[in-house]
Design a protein around this ligand. Structure first.
Ligand code: NAD
Length: 356
């Protein structure tokens, strides 16, 4: 089979980690007789430098016409003072919106070999962690009406949070479908004691739950969820939540797994189409220095094989290779600990390839 992949390396360590990931995919392709055809596109700061736009039309069209999108990261200090619509992050928001990617899946998996990197006490995490945050991605406060208005205290600014029944229904279904393949538990996170939009959200989640009698559903206010993730993260399996709450909680869930350099993500749209990217940013402090951990991006590519192309065996083999490299004691700087072997981006990539 031939698969058309739009590759968007982006800025900072984006190109470093993407390079290793493509090599890993090629190795999988050789082993299983698939051809992954890559076309590279600009986005973020790199695109701003070249075209004056964070998301050029050519990039958007190329991504739309591919089978899947693999993205590194965008942004960096060079573009920090650009006005709102010219900021690199606009590329991500634009891609998500224009590609109809409404669900963000972020597995927070703590590998046994990295248990020491978890900042929580060993008795809290037990044998490891496996939480998946399902975040709504194209609605809510990040996309609601925004503007300025005069207030009695001077100039004010506002952002409106609005959710429709249809938006909640489709994200809830994704969460329940995932839970069916995992531990059959969904925690809905909202702020229904205060927000009208959360009350609608909660009602629709409960309506969807009726179709999944085997899945246990519970609700939690976002402030409590932020505490519970640290106090007792093992109580969670799938967390479903809106755009802004999900943005914050998925980062928190990430950190309890020890390193942002290990965390993959998938953003899914309608049908078998998604964008796959690491959770971390462009890490300008280590860009181009062979120091970035490529595992988050490599694991994102595994998610692409699993969710986009239905290649479960190929995805499994990548994940097993990552685990094996960790078990052998190899670490990039972000996950380094005493007695382990420090390795750079390229070396880690090669070790993973060797395992496939
Ligand atoms: P960051 O994730 O880029 O970096 C945070 C810290 O983690 C840094 O010390 C960095 O060196 C380290 N780190 C991150 N990924 C790593 C990896 N793979 N291997 C080893 N170490 C890693 O977050 P930040 O510093 O807040 O943001 C830097 C830039 O990235 C900003 O311009 C921000 O807007 C952008 N950003 C982009 C995305 C994205 O493209 N999805 C996400 C978050 C931040």
């Amino acid at each position: 089979m031939e698969y058309k992949i739009a590759v968007v390396p982006g800025d900072g360590i984006g190109p470093d980690v993407i390079e290793e990931t493509l090599k890993v995919l090629d190795r999988v392709g050789d082993k299983y007789g698939h051809t992954f055809k890559y076309t590279k596109y600009l986005a973020g700061g790199a695109a701003l430098d070249e075209t004056g736009e964070p998301l050029p039309q050519d990039t958007l069209e190329g991504c739309k016409n591919s089978d899947a999108v693999l993205l590194g990261a965008v942004g960096g200090p060079k573009w920090d003072n650009f006005p709102g619509e010219k900021r690199p992050e606009q590329a991500l928001l634009g891609l998500r919106k224009n590609l109809g990617l409404f669900a963000n899946l972020r597995p927070a998996l703590l590998f046994e070999a990295l248990k020491e990197a978890c900042p929580l006490k060993p008795e809290i995490i037990g044998k490891g962690l496996d939480i998946c945050v399902v975040r709504e991605l194209t609605g809510g406060i990040y996309f609601g009406e925004k503007g300025f208005k005069a207030t009695e205290y001077g100039k004010g600014a506002y952002d409106v949070k609005i959710y429709s029944e249809g938006e909640v229904k489709r994200i809830a279904k994704i969460a329940f479908d995932m839970a069916m393949k995992r531990s059959r538990k969904v925690t809905n996170v909202d702020k229904a004691n205060i927000l009208e939009s959360s009350r609608l959200w909660r009602r629709v989640v409960e309506e969807v739950a009726v179709d999944y009698p085997e899945v246990e559903l519970n609700h939690m206010y976002v402030d409590n969820a932020a505490m519970q993730l640290i106090r007792d993260p093992k109580q969670f399996d799938v967390i479903v939540t809106g755009n802004m709450f999900g943005d914050i909680l998925s980062d928190e869930a990430s950190m309890i797994t020890g390193s942002i350099g290990m965390l993959p993500s998938a953003s899914l749209g309608v049908g078998n189409f998604g964008m796959y990217e690491p959770v971390h940013g462009s890490a300008p402090d280590i860009a181009g220095q062979d120091k970035a951990n490529p595992m988050a991006t490599i694991l994102s590519a595994a998610m692409m094989l699993r969710y986009n192309f239905n290649l479960s065996e190929e995805a499994d083999i990548i994940e097993a290779a990552v685990k094996s490299v960790l078990d052998q004691g190899y670490r990039t700087g972000d996950i380094m600990s005493k007695g382990m072997k420090l390795a750079g981006t390229k070396k880690i990539g090669q070790l993973i390839i060797n395992e496939i």
